[in-house]
Design a protein. Structure first.
Lengths: 152, 152
DNA sequence: ACCAAATACATGTATATACACCTAACATTA
DNA sequence: TAATGTTAGGTGTATATACATGTATTTGGT
C-alpha cells in the first residue's frame, strides 16, 4: 500500500518529508505485525528485544545499563521491562557482587525456550511477508543511515 | 552512525533483518528529534500530528474517526489526544448536529498559530539535518512501500 | 581516610499505545 | 414502528515512553 492511501494524505512538502512519514508509518506497521506474533507467546515487542539482547551474552549476565545501550528505542525503561520478564520467570535478577549498585540479569531456561520459539516465528514471518532482495535491503540500510548522518 | 554502533550489535540474520531493525531505530530517532523541537511549543508528536490533520480540513471540522484514519500510528487513542489539545485550548469539540454520535473537532486560532510556528521549526529541522536528494528520497519511499507490499 | 561528584538503578508522573468493553445514536428490516 | 444490529466515541487497564528525582554505592581528588 502506498503511503498516500495508508494515511489518506496527498500533500507532502517534499519527497524527503514523505520519506520521514513513510519511515514512521512503516515502523508502526512492522511493530504491529510483530506484536501479533509475539502475543501468542505472551510477550511484547520490547520484552522480546530484552530477551534477544540477553541471549547475546548468555549464559553470562548483563547489567541494566548494558541492556539499555542495546535497545532499539533508547529511552525504554529497562528496569520495568525486566520487572515483567521476572514476573513471568523468563529472567532472573541479582545484585552484582563486584559493583553493588548494579543489577545483573540472566535468562532462565524458560526464557531461552520462549525466546527461541518466538524468534523462529518472527523469522518465519519476515521470510514469508517481506519480499526484498539482498541488494534492495542493502540500499535501504544505506539510505536510512544517510538520513541519520548528523546523528550525535 | 551505522546501526551496528547505534544498537551495539553485529549479528543480523540477514540484510533484510537488519533493514527492519534499521527502520525501527530510524523511526525512534526521528521521533526523538521531533519531540525535542515540539517540546518548545508544549506539544507532543501525536498532538502535532492531530493538529496537522485538522489543518487539512480547516476551517471545517473533522470527526474522531476521520482523524484516526489519518494518524500515522493507527491505534492512537484520538479522544484522549484531543482531550489534551482541548485543555490547551488548541482545538474545540462539539457534538455533531447531523449525527449526534459524532464529536466534531476544529482548530482554534491559538491552535492554528501554534501549528504554523511549530511546523516551521520542524521543516527547518528537516532541511538542515536530513541530507537526502530527491532521487534518494524517492528510492527510499519505493523500498519502504515494497516492504509493506503484503499490507492488508 | 574523607568528602564531593559521578554512577546505577529504582521510582514517580504524564503521555501514548493497544485493546477490550460500554453506552448512545443511527440504520435496517421484519 | 419495534426489534436488532451497527457505528461513534468515550472509558478502563496493562504496558511502554520520556523524563525528573531519589537512594545506595563507587570513584576520585585532597
Amino acid at each position: 500500500m502506498k503511503l498516500e492511501q495508508a494515511i489518506k494524505s496527498e500533500n507532502f512538502k517534499s519527497e524527503v518529508h514523505k520519506a520521514t512519514l513513510n519511515i514512521l508509518y512503516t515502523a508502526w506497521w512492522l511493530k504491529t505485525q510483530g506484536a501479533t506474533i509475539l502475543k501468542q507467546y505472551g510477550i511484547t515487542h520490547e520484552q522480546f528485544n530484552v530477551l534477544r539482547i540477553l541471549k547475546g551474552k548468555h549464559p553470562e549476565s548483563m547489567c541494566v545499563r548494558d541492556i539499555a545501550g542495546r535497545m532499539i528505542e533508547r529511552n525504554s525503561n529497562v528496569p520495568r521491562i525486566v520487572d515483567r520478564l521476572e514476573l513471568k520467570k523468563l529472567v532472573e535478577r541479582n545484585q552484582s557482587q563486584i559493583d553493588k549498585r548494579e543489577t545483573v540479569i540472566h535468562l532462565t531456561p524458560l526464557g531461552i525456550d520462549l525466546l527461541e520459539r518466538s524468534r523462529q516465528a518472527m523469522d518465519a514471518y519476515h521470510e514469508a511477508e517481506i519480499i526484498l532482495s539482498n541488494e534492495e535491503a542493502q540500499q535501504l540500510n544505506a539510505l536510512l543511515e544517510k538520513i541519520r548522518l548528523k546523528e550525535k
